[in-house]
Structure formats: C-alpha cells, structure tokens
Design a protein around this ligand. Structure first.
Ligand code: ACO
Length: 425
C-alpha cells in the first residue's frame, strides 16, 4: 500500500508502514516498534491487535459478513457438506469430486480409536463435564499417536489431519454416550461423515437405527456454521500453543479448554440454562433484561453480544431459521423457543442493547436445535468443538506453514521495584 504512519517520541520521528488486506482493512505494521523505539503497545484482550495475516476466514462485524476462503457462510451452509467445508478451510479450495472422495475415504480409514481410550473414558466419574473429558481424551490420543507432525512433509501433515478429523468424531460420540450412560458405538465406514456421526451418537443396542435426514441436515448445517471464526479465543490458543511446536493434537486439546468458557463456546450451554431459568420463573423475560443491564449484577444476557459483530451475527440468522424448521419437521413444541424469541425482540428494542450494538450471537439459538436432537445441555459445547475442529486445524496449518514465530506477548510491569530481603522492616 506504500503509506506510512508517523509519530514523534523523544524528539525523534518514526515511520511505520500501513498494511492492507484484500477486503480493505488497514493495520499498522509495528514489527520493528520495540527495536526502533524501545516502546511496546498495551492492548488487554487484544481488542485492537492483529496477531497474524490469514487467508482463511473473512469477518466484517459491522456489516454481519462471514466468509470462509471467500465463500459466504449462507452459501456454504445451504449447499455444502461439512467435510467439503473442512477441506476448503484446511486446503484453501473447494475439493473436486475426486479430491473429496479421497479425503472422505482417508478419514474413514482412520475411524478406529485405540481401544485403551475406552478405559480412560470409563474412569471419568459420572457427572464429569464433557468438555473436560473431550480435552483429556484428545490429549490422551497423543500417547497413542506419538511423534509431532513433520510440517515440512505435506504427506505427514495430511495424514495427521485426517487422523484427527476421524478420531475426533468418534471421541465426540463416545463422550455423548458416556453422558447418557449408553454403550459405545463404533464407526460404520459405509456411511458419510455426518450420518456416521449420528449413528455413533444415537444408535441404541435394542433397536434398528434409521438415519433421519432432518437430523443429519441440521447437524451438517450447525457444524458448518461453527467451522471457523478467525482469531477468536480458542483459535488464538491453538495458534499460540502450536507456535511453540507442540503437536497438532496438543494444540487442539488446548483449544478445547479455551472454548469451554461461558464467554466463548460455553455460552450455548449457558443460554439454555438461562432460558430454562426464565421459564421456571414464569417466563417473564423483562425481569432478566433488567438484571442484565444492572451494573451491580454479574448477570449477562447469554448468547448476546460479540467482540467483533456489532450487527446481526450472520450465523445466528441461519440457526434461528433452522431451529424453526427442525422443530416443525420433528413435530416438537418447545416453549423455550418462544421465550428466546421474546427475549430477542425485547433486547433488539431496548436502548441499552441498541446503544451497545448487542445482537444475538451464534450460541443464542443453537442450543434449541441440540435440544430438539435430544443432545444433553452439557454436550452443546462439545458439538461446537466438533464443528470448530477444521478451523482450528486450518489455522494451525497456516501458522506452521508461514513459519510464524513463537507467540510471546510483552507486558508493562507495575509490581514492586527492586528490593531485598534485608529491607523487610
Ligand atoms: N448482556 C448484558 N450486557 C452486555 C452483554 C450481555 N450479553 N455483552 C456485553 N454487554 C455490555 C457490557 O457490560 C459493556 O457495557 P458497558 O460499556 O456499559 O460497560 C458493553 O456491553 C461492552 O461489553 P464488553 O464485555 O466490553 O464486550 P466484549 O467484546 O469484551 O465481550 C462478549 C464480548 C464476551 C461476547 C460479551 O458480549 C458477553 O459476555 N456475551 C455473553 C456471552 C456470550 O454469549 N458469549 C458467546 C460469544 S460468541 C462465541 O464466542 C462463540
């Protein structure tokens, strides 16, 4: 772009280049700031800080736009399969039908998980949170697939990626079975990915399992909508852990832990818990709205607000429509959906929410779909993690291929200045 930004510090003028992305966003390149000036920048929560240059996902929070590799999220959610989108995110282009077949087959070949993992799963107490179990099992997979990925070998990188996609779907299904106290199901390699996931999650030993296209289509859409979201908390975690050259599986396990929090992926569980609380309380949303606005109260309207979206989260729009459709198709009447819609209407017309540009986010309606699929509330964030997996992998791969330096922020120290034990009074 050629333009520079100038500033004076201690009577000296410094210049730093401006850098422009393909969609026009502009940043100041301060890579040499400290070496030239001795200064650092301070930006808690990274509200203004770009951590990398990435060509995976474009997000325009002001206009509610989300694209993976240039494809609009609406287009992908309505016209693609989750595995196609995974390939697109990771390798940069839509797969040809041959590439897609090969990718699907390679994933199928890796759909067995070491049987000893089942002993680890069984040893978790009943009531252990599924996100903790999933993070632990993903870490445990490292012991059964030792060796870090040789990122200089496309072949080895590809192998690690298909292994992880395959085994992660099995772990997700097994964690679900553990929560429900049901026997574990194994992969059926005759089925496409989402159908296979559904049978591993829902097949009962005492009856024939029939794939339900309403369920698989909703799952496919939800997984796509969650598949990537640029440099959010868990993705930044995956990139930063991976930057130390910790392996792919270890980096993903760290991402799962970051996703767990209720300000991030854990919000989908928190939303349903909040809606149930409103229902138990008689269904009056306005009381909870007041609580959310009260600065003396820690209560927040879960599923509302977003660091980047200052307009409708485009994923929330698609999910709301899908939730309506799936409840109708499955013949379910869920009063929680009505409470959610009332709450949304109140918030969209409330000055506090309007002024702060707080709109429903991806988590506001996703739980209603998971409930309709009879997935337990504490499993919701695990389903999010399964969807986010290809995004984490894509971001990890990009970071390693770009040979990004180890992530290591600086700080402004404001503790005690130098002292010694003898000066202790
Ligand atoms: N309910 C009530 N007030 C809110 C909410 C909310 N959900 N979200 C933000 N605010 C208010 C804040 O109190 C603050 O008000 P102030 O300016 O008067 O102090 C203002 O809006 C800005 O909020 P911040 O916390 O500074 O915004 P930030 O970008 O740091 O946080 C976040 C974004 C964490 C998502 C926040 O909106 C929130 O906590 N939402 C609820 C949790 C949630 O739904 N998380 C899922 C996000 S999507 C995802 O991660 C997958």
């Amino acid at each position: 772009m050629g333009q520079k930004i100038k500033f004076n510090y201690k009577d000296k003028e410094y210049e730093f280049p401006l850098i422009q992305g393909t969609e026009g966003e502009v940043g100041i390149d301060i890579k040499t700031l400290r070496s030239e000036t001795g200064l650092i920048t301070l930006d808690p929560g990274y509200k203004n800080t770009g951590s990398c240059i990435s060509s995976i996902t474009y997000l325009d929070g002001e206009n509610g736009i989300l694209r993976y590799r240039g494809y609009d999220i609406d287009d992908l959610a309505n016209n693609s399969s989750f595995i196609e989108v995974s390939y697109l995110l990771i390798f940069g282009e839509m797969p040809s039908s041959n590439e897609l077949n090969k990718f699907e087959n390679d994933i199928r070949k890796e759909c067995l998980v070491h049987e000893d993992i089942t002993s680890i799963l069984k040893s978790f107490p009943h009531g252990a949170h599924p996100m903790g179990v999933l993070a632990s099992l993903t870490s445990a997979l490292i012991s059964f697939n030792p060796g870090s990925v040789d990122v200089n070998s496309e072949e080895k990188m590809y192998h690690a990626i298909v292994q992880l996609i395959a085994k992660f779907s099995v772990l997700t299904a097994w964690v679900h079975r553990k929560v429900r106290g049901l026997p574990l199901n194994y992969s059926d390699n005759s089925l496409p990915y989402v159908e296979n996931l559904a049978q591993m999650m829902f097949k009962n030993p005492n009856e024939e399992y029939r794939s339900n296209p309403v369920i698989t289509s909703a799952l496919n859409k939800l997984l796509i909508l969650h598949a990537d979201h640029e440099q959010n908390c868990s993705t930044s975690t995956v990139r930063i852990v991976g930057s130390s050259e910790a392996g792919l599986f270890a980096s993903i396990s760290a991402g799962i832990s970051a996703l767990w929090g209720r300000l991030h992926g854990g919000a989908n569980q928190a939303v349903i818990e909040m809606l149930e609380m409103i229902k138990r309380d008689g269904g009056d949303a306005s009381k909870f709205m007041e609580k959310a606005k009260d600065k003396n109260h820690s209560f927040r309207l879960m599923g509302f607000g977003h660091r980047v979206y200052k307009n409708f989260d485009p994923r929330a729009k698609i999910i709301k429509k899908t939730a309506d459709g799936i409840l109708k198709d499955l013949g379910i009447e869920d009063p929680i959906l009505d409470i959610a819609k009332n709450l949304e209407q109140e918030a969209l017309n409330d000055k506090y929410f309007v002024d702060r540009k707080l709109y429903p986010n991806v988590d506001f309606y996703s739980g209603i779909i998971y409930r309709a699929l009879e997935i337990p509330t504490e499993m919701f964030t695990v389903m999010f993690a399964l969807g986010r997996l290809p995004g984490w992998i894509a971001q990890w791969r990009e970071m390693r291929l770009n040979k990004e330096p180890i992530g290591r922020p600086r700080q402004i120290y404001n503790g005690s200045i130098s002292r010694n034990t003898k000066s202790k009074g």
